[in-house]
Design a protein around this ligand. Structure first.
Ligand code: CMC
Length: 392
C-alpha cells in the first residue's frame, strides 16, 4: 500500500540515530560511548558504566563520588510499597513483580512524571538505579518467605544487592569479593545493546511522552521473553534437561535443527552478531575463572561446553552463523552465586537499566524526536456490509 515498506522484525530498518552504543555484528565489536566493552569490563565498575552510558562520558573522581552518593541516598523503597508484595502469590515470577513495582513508582513520585522537566528526570534516574536492586531482592525474599532486608548504604552497589538477597536478620552475609567482581562484570556486559527489543520498547513507550517509570516498566516486560532476556533462565533449564537426559548433547543439537520440533538452543544465535558475541567471550572466561577459583564443579558448565563444541562443528549452525550469545554462560555464574533460576532475567534487567535510561534520555533530547508510529500492510478483508444477526 502506497510507499509503506515492509520489514518484519525491523531487520534492516534503523529506528533512530544514536550515540550511545556501537555494534559491529560481523566483527564482534561492542562499544559503549566509544569505549570497547573489553576495556570497560576490565577497568570500570557497574556504577561508573551507568554514568558513562547515561551522561556520555566517564566520570572524573568528584563526579563519580557524587553520583555514587546520590544513588546511595535513594536505595530504600517507600514503606507502603513493601505491602504490594503481600498481594502477589508466593510463586509469582519476579519479572512480573519487577515490572509492576517499577510501574508503581510513578504513583509515589507524581511530581517527577514530566519527561521534559530535566531536574525531575535526573532525580527519577537516580531513584530507579538505586531502587531496582532493592525491588528485585524483595521479590526474591517474597518468593522464599524470608523477611526483607533493608539496603545498607556503606556497601557498594553489588555488595548491597547480594546482601539484600542473602542476609537474614538472624545471620548477616558478607559478599564474597569474587562474586562482587563477577556481578559487576555481568551487569556491565548487559548494560546496553543499542536498539534491541526492550530498548526499542522503552523508546517507543517514551515517545508518547509517557513517564520514565512507565517506560522502564514496559522495557522489563519486553525483556522477560525467552527470545530476549528470558533466554538466560531458559538456557539453564535447557542445560539441566540435557544433564538429566544422560548429557545427550547430540540429541538436543539434532532437535534444534529440526524445524518441525520448534526447539531452539537457548543462548545461541543473535540478530546482529554473525561471528561471535564479544560479551559471551568475556563471560565464558569469567565463568571459567570463577568456578576454578571457588573450586566449584558445576556439571551444567561441562554440558554447556560440550553443547557449544558440538553445535559449532555442525553445518546447520555454521551456515546460519549461530554462536553462543551473552546468555549462554551467564546463568552458570549466577548459579554459583546461589541465585535462583527465576532471578536470572531480573539480573539482566538490573544490568540493562542504564542502557534503557540512556536511550530514553537521548530520545527526549533529540530535536527531531517524534512519536513512534510504524505503518502496516493491510491484508484483511476488503470493504463489506454488515449482515443482520439473524442472517449470519
Ligand atoms: N537454535 C536453532 N536454530 C536457530 C537458533 C537457535 N538458537 N537461532 C536461530 N536459529 C535458526 C532459525 O531457525 C533460522 O533458520 P532458517 O533460516 O532455516 O529458518 C535462522 O537460524 C535464523 O534465525 P532467525 O530466527 O531468523 O533469527 P533472528 O535474528 O530473528 O532471531 C534470536 C535471533 C536471538 C531470537 C534467535 O537466534 C533465537 O531464538 N535464539 C535463542 C534465544 C536466545 O538465546 N535469545 C537471546 C539473544 S541474546 C540476548 C538478548 O538479546 O536478550
Amino acid at each position: 500500500t502506497g510507499c509503506v515498506t515492509l520489514d518484519e522484525g525491523y531487520v534492516n530498518t534503523g529506528s533512530t540515530i544514536s550515540a550511545v552504543t556501537f555494534l559491529d555484528g560481523e566483527k564482534g565489536i561492542l562499544r559503549y560511548r566509544g569505549y570497547p566493552i573489553e576495556q570497560i569490563a576490565a577497568e570500570c565498575d557497574f556504577v561508573e558504566t551507568c554514568y558513562l552510558l547515561i551522561y556520555g562520558k566517564l566520570p572524573n573522581e568528584q563526579e563519580c563520588t557524587e553520583f555514587r552518593e546520590s544513588i546511595r541516598q535513594h536505595t530504600m523503597i517507600h514503606e507502603d510499597m513493601r505491602s504490594f508484595y503481600n498481594g502477589f502469590p508466593k510463586d509469582a515470577h519476579p519479572m512480573a513483580i519487577l515490572s509492576s513495582v517499577v510501574g508503581a513508582l510513578s504513583t509515589f513520585y507524581q511530581d517527577s512524571l514530566d519527561p521534559h522537566d530535566d531536574r525531575q528526570v535526573e532525580i527519577s534516574i537516580h531513584r530507579l538505579l538505586a531502587k531496582l536492586p532493592t525491588i528485585a531482592a524483595y521479590s526474591y525474599k517474597k518468593s522464599s518467605g524470608q523477611p526483607f532486608m533493608y539496603p545498607q548504604n556503606q556497601l557498594s552497589y553489588c555488595e548491597n544487592f547480594l546482601r539484600m538477597m542473602f542476609a537474614l536478620p538472624t545471620q548477616d552475609y558478607e559478599p564474597d569479593p569474587v562474586f562482587v567482581e563477577a556481578l559487576n562484570l555481568l551487569l556491565i556486559c548487559h548494560a546496553d545493546h543499542e536498539q534491541n527489543c526492550s530498548t526499542s520498547t522503552v523508546r517507543m513507550v517514551g515517545s508518547s511522552n509517557a513517564n520514565l517509570f512507565a517506560s522502564i516498566s514496559a522495557g522489563i516486560c519486553a525483556l522477560w521473553g525467552p527470545l530476549h532476556g528470558g533466554a538466560n533462565e531458559a538456557c539453564i533449564k535447557m542445560l539441566q534437561t540435557i544433564a538429566d537426559d544422560n548429557c545427550d548433547v547430540k540429541k538436543y543439537v539434532a532437535m534444534a535443527k529440526d524445524k518441525q520440533d520448534g526447539f531452539r538452543l537457548m543462548g545461541f544465535g543473535h540478530r546482529v552478531y554473525k561471528n561471535f558475541d564479544p560479551r559471551a567471550t568475556i563471560i565464558k572466561k569469567a565463568c571459567d575463572k570463577l568456578l576454578a577459583k571457588l573450586n566449584i564443579d558445576d556439571p551444567l558448565f561441562a554440558v554447556a561446553q560440550q553443547l557449544e563444541k558440538v553445535a559449532l562443528e555442525d553445518e546447520y549452525f555454521i551456515e546460519r552463523k549461530l554462536y553462543p550469545n551473552v546468555d549462554f554462560y551467564s546463568g552458570i555464574i549466577y548459579r554459583a552465586m546461589g541465585l535462583p533460576t527465576q532471578m536470572f532475567t531480573v539480573m539482566f534487567a538490573i544490568g540493562r537499566l542504564p542502557g534503557w535510561i540512556a536511550h530514553w534520555v537521548e530520545m527526549h533530547q533529540s530535536p527531531t524526536n517524534r512519536i513512534g508510529r510504524p505503518r502496516q500492510i493491510y491484508n484483511g478483508p476488503a470493504v463489506r456490509d454488515i449482515v443482520p444477526m439473524d442472517q449470519r
